[in-house]
Structures are given as structure tokens and as C-alpha cells.
Ligand binder design. Structure first.
Ligand SMILES: C[S@@+](CC[C@H](N)C(=O)[O-])C[C@H]1O[C@@H](n2cnc3c(N)ncnc32)[C@H](O)[C@@H]1O
Length: 251
């Protein structure tokens, strides 16, 4: 690509890759994800203020020094309720600005790999970029091993047997909604536990499922913690989930 092409805007745009990096242990990256992490022109990632970024940390063993990186720092995470006007205004503005930065890199003809924890299309911030950019730029999404898959594997817990249904619930739901949905499912995964741990625990107990529930924090990572939900204490980590295995047909 020549500088004239770039100035005239006539160069082919770069491709945006949404790269699922899996649950935490770098060995769970797919071959496609690992290849792209090494090959893209710009390695981009989201991070909480003061943190290296979970997805970025996962790929550390694959990143040589001197790579071009683009960090996007969330203005808020879980300090403010996600349904508050403040959260929506700040995050909305942040996503618009981030999409603008990505668009400008892609217009320069550069390939950008935006890292996503687990799978990009499963509760991923990447989706907010995908929706803003997919009609104007080439986009490839690389699936990843989901966090829940990594967690139930490390907890050595088969989840769904025979005709079991599986509910995936955000811990941010209200307590009554959690209880209702837990009562309808045979097996359940409760994500985004963090500050919601006490409420989640009460809901699991009210649904009569506490004896089966397992708490998994930072599953597959070096500082992983796996304990029965009944024994896990009062404070949860952001990177934690609760697993309730089904008890369906066993042959
Ligand atoms: C914004 S969602 C991202 C989900 C991710 N895209 C996936 O495919 O798993 C973040 C939530 O995923 C869950 N999570 C993801 N990976 C995890 C892990 N390794 N251990 C525990 N929880 C995890 C936690 O509940 C966390 O609050």
C-alpha cells in the first residue's frame, strides 16, 4: 500500500478479527486464534483501569516485545449498575469512540485483532464493535472455548445429561428472576457473579439447589479457586461463575 493510496483512502481496508482467547490458560487457544495473535498488525484489547486486561494477559506467552498494541480502557465496569443512566451514557460514548479508533486503523489498511475472553459472541464487549463495524469493514470472528466450558472442565463436573435443559443466567438479574429461572432449568450456569454473590447464593438456596452448586473463580488460570457455593464466603471475584450440574438420564 502506498502513502498516496492511504491519503486518497483508496487502499483496501484491513480486516477486524474478533479473537476468542478461551477461558484463561493459553493452551486452550485455538490454532486459528494463536496464529492471528502472532500475525495481526495491531493487537487490541479492553481492560479495566489499573488492570493489564484479562484477554491480554491470556495471550502474553504468544506476544513478542515490540508489537503494536492498542489498549481500550473502560471508563466504568461494575462500580455502577449496568441499567443506570450514568453507566449507559459512559459506556455508550466509550464504545462509539473505540469503534472510531478501530475504524481509523482499518482504513489505513491495517489488520486488527481485538481480543475477547472466552468466545467473542458470548457476552463479549467485542459484539459492540462488531455491530458498529461489520457493514463497513471485513470482519472475521474466531470462536473460543467459553469460560463456562473451561470452568466445568476444571471443576470436573459433567453438566447436561440426556434431556437436561441448561440455563445461562447473568448474576446481575434480580433475585426473584434468578429463582424463577433456576426453578425451570435442570442445569444452570450463573455468570457475572462478582458483587452479586450474596444475592446469587440466596437465589440458589431458595430454588433448592445449593447442595449441587459449585463456585469457580478464574477457572483454568494460575490462581483458580473451586469450592462448593455453600462454602465460598461472602465476596466473589468478577471472574467467577456458579455451576449447577443437571441430574438427567445416566445410562
Ligand atoms: C463479560 S463475560 C465474558 C464471557 C466470555 N465471552 C465467555 O465466553 O466466557 C464475563 C464473565 O464470564 C465469566 N467467566 C469467563 N471466563 C471465566 C473463567 N475463566 N473463570 C470464571 N468465570 C469466567 C465470569 O462470570 C465473568 O463475570
Amino acid at each position: 500500500m502506498s502513502i498516496l493510496d492511504t491519503l486518497a483512502g483508496s487502499a483496501s481496508p484491513g480486516t477486524l478479527y474478533g479473537i476468542g482467547v478461551g477461558p484463561g490458560d493459553a493452551r486452550y487457544l485455538t490454532l486459528r486464534a494463536a496464529g492471528l495473535v502472532r500475525a495481526v498488525d495491531v493487537l487490541a484489547y479492553f481492560a479495566k483501569t489499573g488492570s493489564p486486561g484479562n484477554a491480554r494477559r491470556v495471550v502474553t506467552p504468544l506476544v513478542d516485545s515490540g508489537r503494536t498494541e492498542q489498549r481500550f480502557e473502560y471508563p466504568v465496569t461494575d462500580e455502577v449498575p449496568a441499567d443506570s443512566a450514568e453507566y449507559q451514557q459512559k459506556i455508550g460514548a466509550f464504545y462509539r469512540e473505540t469503534a472510531g479508533t478501530l475504524a481509523s486503523l482499518l482504513r489505513q489498511g491495517r489488520s486488527v485483532g481485538l481480543l475477547a475472553e472466552g468466545d467473542p459472541f458470548f457476552y463479549g464487549s467485542f459484539m459492540h464493535m462488531w455491530r458498529r463495524l461489520v457493514s463497513d469493514f471485513p470482519v472475521e470472528v474466531v470462536p473460543g472455548v467459553t469460560g463456562m466450558s473451561g470452568c466445568w472442565t476444571r471443576a470436573n463436573t459433567p453438566m447436561t445429561w440426556g434431556d437436561d435443559t441448561l440455563a445461562v443466567l447473568p448474576g446481575t438479574l434480580g433475585e426473584a428472576a434468578l429463582v424463577d429461572r433456576l426453578r425451570l432449568a435442570d442445569a444452570a450456569v450463573i455468570m457475572k457473579v462478582g458483587r452479586n454473590l450474596a444475592k446469587v447464593r440466596r437465589a440458589v438456596e431458595a430454588a433448592g439447589l445449593l447442595s449441587r452448586a459449585v463456585y469457580v473463580e478464574r477457572g483454568t488460570m494460575a490462581d483458580e479457586r473451586i469450592v462448593p457455593l455453600a462454602d465460598c464466603g461472602a465476596t466473589g471475584a468478577y471472574f467467577a461463575m456458579v455451576l449447577i450440574p443437571g441430574e438427567g438420564r445416566r445410562l
